[in-house]
Ligand binder design. Structure first.
Ligand code: SF4
Ligand code: SF4
Ligand code: SF4
Length: 335
């Protein structure tokens, strides 16, 4: 299903006008995150762009390499896809000389499912193929229940779910926080292999405490950063000088909160992360559904409109170079 920009904007205007004209709309609140929810803290200031997390994600999820180079020697994904659940993108501005600097600098951003507290993919799915675990909060996909409508693709404000167009029996593809490893006492492979602790696994409540500790650090202060699993502290910490953080924990409030949280020294919109409201799109669209419409079509279209506009806002901010150093040689990678 391709959704054209004109249709989205027409839908946005129509849905917005209907919402504004209804004085009796009972707003559905954001669904809360489970108290024991698990997730990831990605700290862009610690990421060295090694892509070990990309390779590990492929290995534990049995995903094939993806080639963006002529020689086809290396796995070189340039975006999320049916073959790639996790990708590292590169930001570069000006001379690109200074790490973690918005001006004349460079930085990295990890993209994968954010495991939203109140996920619009779950709200939009008419077949209950997308579900949120009530304990861990992991947002999972059930291929057997999926009817291939791709509403989740249109609804996600982060552009995460991908449809496997190249397969005879296509499925939706997205990170499920390595839930298949959790039953064996393991955790997210991307966090397990990260050499610097840039990707850290843990309970969201603990990750938030750790993130706030980092936000309070004095720039340049020699700091110990936990690696691997924050709960078990199973790895020797990484030591590095603290960067000058943007004072914003991305995912703490966006669309009702996400279980993947992000820190950065470069503004998030420059790293391709959309600027989003605190109210979840699911709450907004279900309010419409329950108060204005008896059917599903318009609320789902409205979810698509909201996510389209979020993605467009990101693109509009996208004046900088987001090409990975090795990808640049090989064809380029846009955030
Ligand atoms: S493994 Fe860690 S340091 Fe390497 S690219 Fe991934 S997040 Fe960055
Ligand atoms: S990021 Fe997108 S796919 Fe992931 S839980 Fe949120 S809405 Fe669903
Ligand atoms: S949690 Fe697992 S599936 Fe998700 S990005 Fe990390 S390695 Fe990949």
């Amino acid at each position: 299903m391709s959704i054209d920009r004109r249709d989205f904007l027409k839908g946005a205007l129509g849905s917005g006008a209907l919402l504004a004209s209804s004085a009796t709309v009972e707003a559905r609140e954001n669904n809360p995150m489970p108290s024991e929810a698990v997730g990831l803290l990605f700290d862009s200031t610690l990421c060295v762009g090694c892509k070990a997390c990309v390779a590990a994600c492929k290995e534990v999820n049995g995903m094939p390499p993806e080639f963006s180079t002529q020689d086809q020697l290396w796995d070189t994904p340039i975006d999320l896809s049916g073959k790639t659940l996790n990708v590292i993108k590169f930001y570069k501005q000006g001379t690109g000389e200074t790490r973690n600097s918005e001006t004349d600098g460079f930085a990295f951003m990890k993209n994968s499912c954010m495991h939203c507290a109140d996920p619009s993919c779950v709200s939009a799915c008419p077949a209950k193929a997308m579900t949120k675990d009530p304990v861990t909060g992991v947002v999972s996909y059930n291929k057997d229940a999926c009817i291939g409508c791709r509403y989740c693709v249109a609804a996600c404000p982060f552009g995460v779910p991908r449809f496997e167009y190249d397969k005879a029996i296509p499925q939706i593809s997205k990170c499920q926080l390595c839930r298949h490893r959790m039953k064996d006492g393991k955790y997210a492979a991307c966090a397990e292999v990260c050499p610097t602790g840039a990707t850290l696994f843990g309970k969201v409540k603990d990750l938030k405490v750790e993130a706030k500790r980092r936000l309070a650090l004095k720039p340049g202060e020699e700091t110990s950063f936990p690696r691997g699993n924050l709960t078990t502290r199973d790895q020797v910490p990484h030591t590095a000088p603290a960067a000058t953080y943007v004072q914003h924990l991305y995912g703490d409030k966006e669309v009702g909160g996400t279980q993947v949280l992000k820190l950065s020294a470069v503004p998030f919109e420059k790293l391709g992360m959309p600027t989003l409201p605190e109210r979840s799109y699911a709450a907004t669209s279900e309010t419409l559904q329950h108060t204005l419409y008896s059917g599903m079509a318009l609320p789902i279209a409205f979810l698509g409109v909201l996510s389209f506009l979020a993605k467009r806002t990101t693109k509009d901010n996208d004046g900088d170079d987001h090409t990975a150093p090795d990808d640049k040689k090989q064809g380029g990678s846009d955030v």
